[in-house]
Ligand binder design. Structure first.
Ligand SMILES: [Zn+2]
Length: 236
């Protein structure tokens, strides 16, 4: 089952049925908009509501290909109809930060050819790691300013779900065939004219929604590993 956020990242409320409840608090639904902790993007928080009774969702994770919701209290049983509601302020911040990660990765790759080795989005700050021999702080600061210029151009961000065969034909979508996930469908995210990547996370619809990206810190993390910390704030 793929999450409802794959086709609609802006879905905040949805209806579902509890398919499976383990240990009284781990719930798999027949469908969900809750994003599970994965790909450097933290899980959503929120509530499941059964006839007015609220069950807080304190964690969501991927287990055996299914999205499991950990509840903060017991009582939900298999077959219950619920309404799910995600904490939108938290999710929207992650969508903005996640889209900013794409822009920063694209700009740094274009400037230096550096491959991105990791990223972690957070509530206070986010980071992108990449492999680069030289550590040039002013280049990184300039890259962040380029990201802000792209944000102000208000470019569209589009997602699509395509077959694995189609994905393999797109140059640079993923740079090595072995990195194309072994699934039948691949989710792509395109920032118009800037970047096209395979990604299963949640993103904003257009770059202006990100606001403004501020570099907090650039770090040397070993021989050729560099790390940039940034935060997003409301734009001007
Ligand atoms: Zn993404």
């Amino acid at each position: 089952m793929r999450g409802l956020y794959i086709t609609d990242s802006y879905l905040k409320r949805f209806e579902a049925t509890a398919k499976e409840v383990k240990d009284d608090r781990f719930v798999v639904l027949d469908q969900t908009a809750f994003y599970p902790n994965s790909g450097g993007q933290p899980h959503d928080l929120g509530v499941l509501i059964r006839e007015g009774e609220e069950f807080p969702v304190v964690y969501a994770g991927l287990f055996g290909g299914q999205i499991s919701h950990e509840l903060g209290r017991v009582g939900l049983v298999s077959g219950d109809r619920v309404e799910g509601s995600i904490d939108w302020d938290r999710r929207h911040l992650f969508m903005r930060s996640h889209t900013a990660c794409h822009l920063l990765s694209a700009v740094i790759f274009r400037e230096t050819g550096a491959m991105i080795t990791g990223n972690q989005i957070g509530e206070k700050r986010s980071r992108v790691d990449f492999s680069l021999d030289e550590f040039d702080r002013s280049m990184l600061a300039e890259s962040v300013e380029k990201v802000n210029r792209i944000i102000n151009e208000d470019r569209d961000v589009k997602t699509a779900v395509i077959s694995r065969e189609e994905a393999l034909e797109i140059p640079d979508l993923v740079r090595l065939e072995k990195d194309v996930p072994e699934r039948e469908e691949i989710r792509t995210v395109e920032v118009e004219g800037i970047d096209l990547q395979a990604c299963g996370g949640t993103h904003v619809r257009s770059t202006k929604e990100i606001g403004r990206v501020k570099m907090l810190k650039a770090e040397n993390k070993g021989k050729s590993n560099r790390r940039v910390y940034f935060e997003v704030s409301e734009g001007d």
